[in-house]
Write a protein that binds this ligand. Structure first.
Ligand code: DGL
Length: 279
């Protein structure tokens, strides 16, 4: 019997940092990944637009018969989690915010937590809210410091992980956060683990980086093992990779993100109709 896959989506290539973690935490699970490369980035768009994209992305994954959905995008997790849950009709949905907030509250020693993310993620206040709730649960008083880092996304997609320009931009974004004395920094965007070295160097080596995708991948494993026993008859699962534009570029950069060859990347297109609003 064919196993149902886990569906994973992101606005583009950043979600592959989560897939990389899933390859370790649930190596027996087949994955269908969708990167919405035609519409990336989501991080500077309005909540309404991101919610619409999230609904459409979820519908695509549902058409592949997925048994679980991983929102490998902090922007969607911060602004459209309920939208995805509603569209998924009871299929478990794992977002990035809750698990990362829980981990950050657990690891902080001085209670000063930094959050770096897209403009939409930061504007949503989702991390501050989740950290305040977690602080209550864990009995810790935490103060949050946030920064939007929109240029990190194209830098990660360009593969400029060691470029001098990336260092300068990181200093511009993270300098004030470093001065505020945070001991923990949430990488609140799935693209940022690609730039983890430069981020760590800029914020300081004593600061603990919380990779939201890595923590969420552990949650997926807990859920997967609880609900579905690993299929030892098919130890090497088949994965499906889909994008909405330029599959070749996705494949080239994606193989670098994943550190391994990727199956051929399929192209999907949306059939949308336009509604014109008169002003
Ligand atoms: N992967 C997205 C996130 O985690 C960032 C890229 C975008 O802005 O679409 O928020």
């Amino acid at each position: 019997m064919l196993r149902k896959p886990i569906g994973v989506f992101d606005s583009g290539i950043g979600g592959l940092t989560v897939v990389k973690e899933l390859f370790t935490t649930v190596p027996f699970e087949p994955i269908v990944y969708f990167g919405d490369t035609a519409r990336v980035p989501y991080g500077g768009k309005s909540v309404e637009t991101v919610q619409r994209y999230a609904r459409e992305d979820t519908e695509l994954l549902l058409s592949y018969g997925v048994k679980m959905i991983v929102i490998a995008c902090n922007t969607v997790s911060a602004t459209a989690l309920e939208e995805v849950e509603r569209t998924a009709h009871g299929i478990p949905v794992i977002g990035m915010i809750g698990p990362a907030a829980e981990e950050a509250v657990r690891v902080t020693k001085n209670g000063r937590i930094g959050i770096a993310g897209t403009e939409a993620t930061i504007a949503s206040g989702a991390y501050e809210h989740a950290i305040a709730e977690e602080g209550k649960k864990q009995g810790k008083s935490c103060t949050t410091f946030t920064v939007a880092c929109p240029l990190f996304v194209p830098l990660a997609e360009e593969g400029w992980t060691n470029h001098a320009a990336t260092g300068l931009i990181a200093e511009e974004y993270l300098g004030a956060l470093r001065e505020s004395g945070v001991d923990t920094l949430i990488l609140g965007c799935t693209h940022y683990p690609v730039l983890a070295d430069v981020i760590q160097k800029t914020i300081g080596t004593t600061v603990t980086l919380v990779n939201s995708g890595a923590i969420a991948a552990k949650r997926v494993a807990e859920l997967s093992i609880k609900a579905h026993m690993p299929d030892t008859a098919h130890p090497i699962p088949d994965h499906t990779m889909l994008v909405s534009d330029v599959p070749r570029k996705f494949q080239q950069i994606g193989e670098r993100f994943l550190g391994r060859p990727m199956p051929e990347v399929g192209l999907v297109t949306w059939k949308e109709s336009w509604v014109v609003r008169r002003v």
